[in-house]
Design a protein around this ligand. Structure first.
Ligand code: G6P
Ligand code: MN
Length: 446
């Protein structure tokens, strides 16, 4: 089976390749085609992969292809894991928002809108190419903001594009661990949009175990989301929110922590990752060891500003292990390619399962996956406050899609102005000015 990876020079690619190396099953991926717009990054990552493959019998063959069409031709699966504007773009997204006193985060608030406006046109172009050159391929979208980008690509690929994120699985695993439950036996009642969802129940043997957790402050204090949101708020919600909801529920604290930090997340990663890729330009540098060290540091500092704002302390050792994204991607590929039924929380067009969103709205819900793709399952409706937030953010996503399609600056202003975390139309206008000045790729907005 042939897997093409767009954004093949991305830092987290060795996680995917590691999972492929460990897969000894029938019908596994035996050929990986890497494509990236940055040849230097590609060759750095290819070196890490070569180290990983050393001594592994029948390791999937890795091929670097510089032409996009050629990379796509004959693909069974395409992973889209690109970052338009790179980490310098991410850092600028944060800086510009913070200068206006609003949240600048990769996927949430003003920063997420700027990133979305840059990414959607590129993702749509990729989707059109896949539809033309590899119409039978399944596209697994890793690119953030993952829900929005999946919806953009679905306009060209329909249900053959599926978005993934590791945060719902991570939350499920943590909650299962705390409850002493085997996650393989539990049904996680999770629903929302990407980075905007809630775990409302954990059913084991037909019984919901979440109330037990919500009633126990000691258990609630023993995992990441419990510490981020605090027992009192979680009990009040009657659900465990995705960690990214910290940016909504504690917005002021999150913005303050970001403003006071020496470096925003994007700026920190830009520096860290530049050093990694520069090191790997030296022929003698130990590729895999350098990558491992860099990855450990990236994991340890994930969401550090939020944890600091919440007084949540360090991350748990178990949360630092890999196994998120790559395992979801592998399980999804396997279920489709081998018609092995699996239930996974994925980003797909909701077909109306999450009221009041329409059928084309991409949502993040449990899906039954088989050779016919991912089928969202019926979920309980969200409580009114959560449904209102989801509706507001989906409306913003639709403004971003409309701006990308029409090139209308006015639609871009609407996207910012209508976001619950942007508190003034005047701010929205200044954000559009500043973002278009900073990002040449936003020149299409007129
Ligand atoms: C989580 C999120 C991803 C994000 C990743 C890395 O897994 O679900 O969407 O890309 O963290 O975050 P970082 O801040 O390290 O880039
Ligand atoms: Mn994610």
């Amino acid at each position: 089976m042939r897997l093409t990876i767009l954004g093949g020079g991305g830092f987290r690619l060795p996680l995917v390749y590691g999972a492929l190396l460990a897969d000894r099953g029938e019908g596994r991926v035996d050929r990986v085609v890497l494509h990236d717009v940055d040849a230097g990054r590609l060759s750095a990552v290819a070196r890490v992969l070569a180290d990983q493959a050393a001594g592994v019998p029948d390791a999937p063959v890795v091929e670097v292809v510089h032409d996009l069409d050629e990379a796509l031709r004959g693909a069974d699966f395409v992973f889209s894991a690109i970052r338009v504007g790179g980490l310098a773009g991410r850092a600028a997204d944060e800086r510009i928002a913070l200068a206006e006193g609003v949240l600048g985060q990769e996927t949430v608030g003003a920063g997420g809108i700027a990133f979305g406006l840059r990414t959607v046109p590129v993702a749509e172009e990729i989707a059109r190419r896949v539809a033309r050159i590899a119409p039978d391929a399944w596209v697994i979208n890793f690119t953030n903001p993952a829900g929005l980008v999946t919806e953009a690509m679905a306009r060209h690929l329909g249900d053959r594009v599926i978005g993934i994120c590791d945060s719902p699985v991570g939350l499920g695993k943590r909650v299962a661990r705390v409850l002493g439950v085997d996650p393989g036996t539990a049904w996680f009642d999770y629903a929302g949009l990407n980075h905007l969802g809630w775990l409302r129940g954990v059913r084991v043997a037909g019984r919901d175990r979440l109330p037990e957790l919500l009633a126990d402050p000691v258990l609630l204090g023993s995992f990441e989301e419990g510490r981020l949101f605090g027992a009192e708020w979680l009990r009040s919600l009657g659900a465990i929110p995705n960690e990214y909801l910290h940016y909504y529920y504690f917005n002021r604290e999150a913005v303050r922590a970001y403003r006071e930090a020496e470096l925003t997340r994007g700026a920190f990663l830009q520096r860290q990752q530049d050093a990694f890729y520069r090191t790997l330009e030296r022929p003698g540098a130990p590729a895999l060891a350098t990558w491992e060290r860099t990855r450990a540091e990236r994991e340890a500092t994930y969401m550090a500003h939020s944890r600091q704002a919440a007084g949540a302390g360090e991350r748990e050792a178990a949360d630092l292990e890999s196994g998120g994204y790559e395992q979801v991607a592998l399980a999804l590929m396997r279920a489709i390619a081998q018609d092995r039924r699996a239930t996974l929380i994925l980003n797909v067009r909701g077909r109306g399962v999450l009221a009041p969103l329409d059928a084309d709205a991409v949502v993040e819900v449990p899906c039954l996956v088989d050779a016919n793709g991912a089928h969202p399952v019926a979920v309980e409706p969200l409580p009114a406050p959560a449904a209102a937030l989801v509706g507001a953010v989906k409306a913003v996503e639709r403004e971003i899609l409309a701006a990308a399609e029409s090139g209308s600056r006015d639609r871009a202003v609407r996207a910012f102005a209508l976001h619950p975390l942007v508190d003034s139309v005047a701010v929205a206008r200044r954000l559009v000015d500043a973002y278009t000045a900073a990002h040449p790729t936003l020149a299409y907005l007129r």
